[in-house]
Design a protein around this ligand. Sequence first.
Ligand code: SF4
Ligand code: SF4
Length: 156
Amino acid sequence: MTDPIDRSGLRPRYWETTPLNRMTQKEWEALCDGCGKCCMNKLEDEETGEVAFTRVACRLFDDTTCLCAQYPIRHQFVPECITLKPHTIDSHAYWLPDTCAYKLLHQGKRLYDWHPLISGDPQTVHRAGVSMQHRTLPEFEVPEDDWEDHIIEEPI
Ligand code: SF4
Ligand code: SF4
């Protein structure tokens, strides 16, 4: 299958030698592994700050492709959708999933072998069982009061 993210012509292993804030826009975008976990609705404990992921997906999430169905114009429909940037990763890392490439590199960790940048195949994130493909519920089917019944464990 064609990679939905353009990872052509990138410098070999650039993520191991280039800090997040020195990457080109293309290199930054290519870090996303396509797991879809950041598109799940989350529950945050107001007292502890602890974040729990649910399998209740954002209204624009496509459970088959595991991608946003309207990525370029998503803010028209979901204004609160976060755009990760090198200078904002620090404030968002607490709620990102532990397998997220941005969080891993921010924490000085390595990418997993199933990451498309390493495997060369965008499907390996799904085959490794770390993506949300075919595992979500649409948010219009689950009232917010019931989200806690659909919490998923991290790392998954
Ligand atoms: S959690 Fe991270 S790696 Fe996964 S889809 Fe979101 S930004 Fe990409
Ligand atoms: S708008 Fe798109 S990118 Fe943003 S959370 Fe929803 S599905 Fe994900």
